[in-house]
Design a protein around this ligand. Structure first.
Ligand SMILES: C[S@@+](CC[C@H](N)C(=O)[O-])C[C@H]1O[C@@H](n2cnc3c(N)ncnc32)[C@H](O)[C@@H]1O
Length: 316
């Protein structure tokens, strides 16, 4: 039985502090950043994700037109968002990050089952399916309005929308929200059939959406990119947006996962070098904070070998 609550390489532990020291050393960080990127690209290309072709195809699309249409000039960017992420010095606020995001998403799914001979499509279906299965069991049975917060290029949003659209015999309205207009512009391109009602450029902490207007709000692989205070503010905003009986569902890295706790030093150092809020994320008690805000007791399921899904309902 695995009793550790989090990996030793995150938080206040000596190992964690040593890794941080390494990352803060500029020449080492530069090498780490490059290597982290290579791991993702190699995983993708070895498994048939055409990284360069996907990039070029999107770059040649009318993505700039969608950028202009989706951008809300009133939106401001918090400091925690403007730091380098995922080996991009401008984080999520640049074209390179957005045009590579679909391939990076498929690569991330492949790494969950990296010892199994899965195609990238099968790995991705399994990743989303494991989350949807938990929703099927523990989220409200009738869902009409869905908000996917931190939707990035909309791959999570489209999969979620289709899951509910196929499961229920009534229409579902789904909104994808992100702080990066670059990501949203790509989402608009990938949403070929206009299945999603709105791609919304906003801060998840302050969406401007109406009170009690959603049955389900999802945060898929968002919280590990946030300092704890930002996550708390987003949970509070989510509570406001949900109807009584509605649910928040969060899927992200599982601090208790044996795979994550036992990552080889090279891999956890690479991971920390591109995920600036890892220490806060791995020591943050999400379930306790949700309850403090007013949600019913949260339910946590190990939805795949690396990730956990947390579902909590707003009381009726
Ligand atoms: C790892 S990506 C999410 C991936 C996507 N949900 C999926 O499952 O494929 C995290 C996204 O959260 C967005 N994000 C980070 N902080 C945010 C905030 N405060 N408000 C809205 N979006 C935010 C980033 O721009 C980025 O696109």
């Amino acid at each position: 039985m695995n009793k550790k609550l989090k990996p030793d390489w995150a938080g206040e532990d000596m190992l964690s502090q040593f890794v941080n020291l390494l990352i803060q050393t500029k020449p080492i960080y530069k090498v780490m950043k490059h290597q982290a990127r290579q791991v993702i690209i190699k995983t993708a290309e070895k498994n048939g994700v055409p990284w360069r072709k996907n990039y070029e195809k999107l770059a040649a699309s009318p993505v700039q037109h969608h950028f202009d249409a989706v951008t809300n000039p009133q939106v401001t960017y918090p400091d925690y968002y403007k730091v380098p992420f995922h080996a991009y010095s401008e984080g999520n606020l640049c074209w390179k990050a957005a045009l590579e995001a679909p391939s990076a998403t498929y690569s991330m799914a492949l790494r969950v089952w990296k010892n199994e001979p899965l195609t990238w499509q099968a790995a991705h279906d399994r990743l989303r399916g494991s989350f949807h299965n938990v929703l099927g069991l523990y989220a409200p049975q009738k869902v009409e309005d869905i908000l996917d917060v931190g939707c990035s290029v909309g791959i999570s949003t489209l999969a979620l929308h289709r899951y509910y659209q196929n499961k229920q015999n009534h229409p579902v309205r789904t909104v994808g929200l992100d702080l990066s207009p670059y990501m949203l512009a790509v989402a608009k391109i990938l949403d070929i059939n206009n299945e999603i009602s709105q791609w919304l450029h906003a801060q998840a902490e302050n969406t401007g959406l109406a009170d009690k207007s959603f049955d389900l709000v999802t945060l898929q692989f968002l919280t590990h990119e946030l300092p704890s205070e930002a996550s708390k503010a987003i949970f509070r905003e989510t509570y406001r947006l949900l109807r009584p009986g509605g649910a928040i569902a969060i899927v992200d890295n599982n601090p208790k996962s044996a795979v994550i706790q036992n990552l080889p030093p090279v891999l956890f150092t690479l991971m920390k070098s591109t995920e600036p809020w890892s220490d806060e994320y791995y020591t943050f008690n999400i379930e306790a904070v949700l309850e403090d805000i007013g949600f019913e007791a949260a339910l946590t399921v190990e939805s795949d070998p690396r990730h956990r899904t947390i579902v909590a309902k707003k009381p009726l």
